[in-house]
Design a protein around this ligand. Structure first.
Ligand SMILES: [Zn+2]
Ligand SMILES: [Zn+2]
Length: 450
């Protein structure tokens, strides 16, 4: 992934000098799946060679993979909430990107539902300056589609694009009016970027706090029907097709939405879609205990929907995984279920949760998971990480064997509302390189002598 000009930050440390000796390199895009030595010089991938052929004295620190540790292209998350400006008690540019680095990410895209809302060029400029200073890995920004996320007046989309917005989203809220969205699609076609859509018909979701179904009925909680999402996905796919515009559907949560995306792609419309680890791995059964870390937006759905999302990710109908990392302070979540804010953190657990929940049982190939966790970059016009000489070092070294408990050593994120907290997982991130810098090193991997 590289996107100089539109990504900010990640240039804090010195460029990495590193030899990764006898690591099992898996890069589906480059067609590599074997043991190699990989050297990194001045922050770029310098050389790939047979194990034992690149000598340590040529590079800085040497790390031994024993043919066992996997080296993957680092991940990209097109949907995170860094809560800056305005809600830094939940997360900030430093803590959020430290969490991303710990999760193996070399780039993220931050949502604009901040306080104030990111809906003007001057605010985008100052936020990009702040990210250049504080972010541990490169960050891209989406600006709001409508002013103040009010769903009425469009932002100055062309000006925001010039200032470096990768696209637009009112995430947290839908663009409820078809007429307003149509106008946004027309501007999108003119000024480029991607319109990323949080799909929800507010007249259907109303005051719902969880998925509408047998569990909500048993608990006596107001439900959100899946049609609140799927009818809007259908409406907006058709509008995008009609206008020839480019849209990206955020955090799909049900089978019907995935079916619509498949049909839209078959018609040649410019649509893409993402799904979160929690919608791939959990169902509304997890809400029975009224644990507020299981309260998300869109809500966890039923098993049939979950299975359909996994299938859609596997066959490529859904293009990529996005965490929708949504930090909330402990006191905000420690309230009755109905009153708690929606959202879960996800950056630090995404890979391990998906590896443990989908790859280990044989549901998804590791190579497909890696592809889907890196593909978000190209959807937003950025280069995906690739393990090839001359490319910037955007690498993640993982141990697929050692079990660990999510959250056992605390979190890099400022918030701890993670739906996978306390779970026994496999697939631990040992080392992350982003923008050619070493941005995360696991405590188990003590610095070795050069
Ligand atoms: Zn959303
Ligand atoms: Zn979101």
């Amino acid at each position: 992934m590289s996107g100089e000009g539109v990504l900010s930050g990640g240039l804090q440390g010195p460029p990495a000098e590193l030899l990764l000796r006898d690591v099992h390199v898996l890069d589906p895009r480059a067609g590599i799946d074997r043991r190699l030595d990989v050297s990194v010089r001045e922050g770029a991938i310098a050389e790939l060679g047979e194990p034992g052929t690149i000598s340590a004295q040529d590079a800085g620190e040497a790390i031994d993979g024993d043919g066992r540790l996997r080296l993957l292209p680092a991940f990209f998350d097109p949907h995170v909430h860094l809560r800056t400006p305005g809600q830094e008690h939940k997360e900030d540019l430093d803590s959020g990107t430290r969490a991303a680095a710990a999760g193996g990410y070399c780039g993220v895209i931050a949502m604009p539902n901040t306080d104030p809302v990111l809906d003007s060029a001057p605010l985008l400029r100052s936020l990009r300056d702040a990210a250049a200073r504080d972010a541990r890995i490169p960050v891209g920004f989406l600006a709001a589609v409508t002013r103040g996320l009010q769903g009425e007046q469009l932002t100055e989309m062309a000006e925001l694009r010039q200032e470096g917005a990768l696209g637009f989203s009112d995430d947290g809220e839908p663009v409820a009016s078809a007429g307003v969205l149509r106008k946004a699609l027309q501007y999108q076609r003119l000024c480029g970027g991607v319109l990323a859509l949080h799909e929800e018909d507010p007249s259907l979701s109303r005051r719902g706090v969880m998925n509408e179904g047998t569990v909500s009925a048993a608990l006596g909680l107001d439900g959100i029907p899946t049609v609140a999402e799927s009818t809007m996905v259908a409406r907006d796919a058709e509008l995008a097709g009609y206008e020839g515009a480019r849209v990206h559907f955020q955090h799909l949560s049900c089978a019907a939405s995935a079916e619509t995306v498949a049909a839209a792609k078959a018609r040649g419309w410019h649509v893409s879609a993402e799904v979160t680890p929690h919608h791939l791995l959990l169902t509304d059964e997890a809400v029975r205990g009224m644990d507020t870390s299981m309260k998300m937006h869109p809500p966890l759905t039923a098993e049939g929907d979950r299975a359909a999302l996994v299938q859609a990710l596997r066959d490529g109908t859904i293009d990529c995984v996005a965490t929708d990392h949504a930090p909330h302070a402990r006191e905000e979540k420690e309230v009755p279920f109905e009153q708690a804010p929606m959202g879960t953190t996800g950056l630090e657990t995404a890979f391990a949760a998906l590896y443990s929940g989908l790859v280990l049982p044989g549901t998804l190939e590791l190579g497909v998971l890696v592809q889907r966790m890196t593909a978000g970059a190209s959807l937003f016009g950025l280069k995906e990480a690739t393990i090839a000489p001359g490319r910037p070092a955007e690498l993640v070294l993982v141990d697929l064997e050692e079990p660990w408990t999510a959250g056992e050593h605390g979190w890099q994120s400022r918030s701890e509302n993670c739906c996978f907290a306390g779970r026994r997982l496999q697939g631990r991130i040992r080392l992350t390189l982003a923008a050619g810098r070493l941005v995360h090193r696991d405590r188990a991997l003590a610095p070795a002598a050069a």
